[in-house]
Design a protein around this ligand. Sequence first.
Ligand SMILES: C[S@@+](CC[C@H](N)C(=O)[O-])C[C@H]1O[C@@H](n2cnc3c(N)ncnc32)[C@H](O)[C@@H]1O
Ligand SMILES: O=C(O)C(=O)C[C@]1(C(=O)O)C=C[C@@H](O)C=C1
Length: 235
Amino acid sequence: MNDKVFTKPIKKQFEFDEEVAAVFDDMLKRSVPFYKESQKITEFFSLKHLEDGSIMYDLGSSTASLLINISKQLKCKATLVGLDNSDAMLEQARKKCLALGANVELENADILEYDYKEADVFVSNYTLQFIRPLVREELVKKIAASLKKDGIFIFSEKVISHHPKLNKDLIECYYDFKKEQGYSEYEIMQKREALENVLVPYSEEENIKMAKNCGFSHCEVVFRWANFATFIAIK
Ligand SMILES: C[S@@+](CC[C@H](N)C(=O)[O-])C[C@H]1O[C@@H](n2cnc3c(N)ncnc32)[C@H](O)[C@@H]1O
Ligand SMILES: O=C(O)C(=O)C[C@]1(C(=O)O)C=C[C@@H](O)C=C1
């Protein structure tokens, strides 16, 4: 289904509710530049780190697109766990897994509270930015503590620049991308308002610093387009 969520006046802040979940795959394809490519990079590095007995967590797994793709390519007996706290997203994810025969475990859970088992891979694509800054570091510390030695944490985020002019231009560049994807100026502005204080992006440097402060020995960007980046942190 096509994303028309912001064609009408907004009444509330952005939420991962039924209306958003129903069109989410189209929304991400048209709202995240190079979504497919950054997903492929995530799949490549995740698969490299999975072996028999491994556990991989996808935090904020939404409609389970990533884990479904990984399950199709998996050559070993690893457990793929998708966590999300939106019932509407989980319902879409379950429908897709069933239709595609994908072996993915899906749980309704708050990623801040979850009792993680020792894992080889954590992924969080475009989810940390929705976690309040006050508790974001705590979550990243928990992820690092739950990873095996040399385990990886892949995360993708919308990013900002602390250079005001560059930041303004990055946003303009991103809005041009959205217009090319068929979103109107009105839809773009409505969504911008709905995401205010809900999506709180850090800069590339702040994300790397956070990973290093929280128990990762190394963190770098493996993909960046204007204000979107994919990071790999190694324990
Ligand atoms: C932008 S979406 C993630 C997109 C997805 N990772 C992908 O690449 O297609 C963010 C997801 O995180 C979930 N989420 C946000 N806060 C959460 C929390 N505290 N615990 C669990 N899930 C959360 C939302 O319900 C939503 O499905
Ligand atoms: O910033 C925007 O306008 C976006 O649409 C970005 C973004 C994201 O980065 O997660 C915001 C919410 C939706 O989940 C999809 C894309």
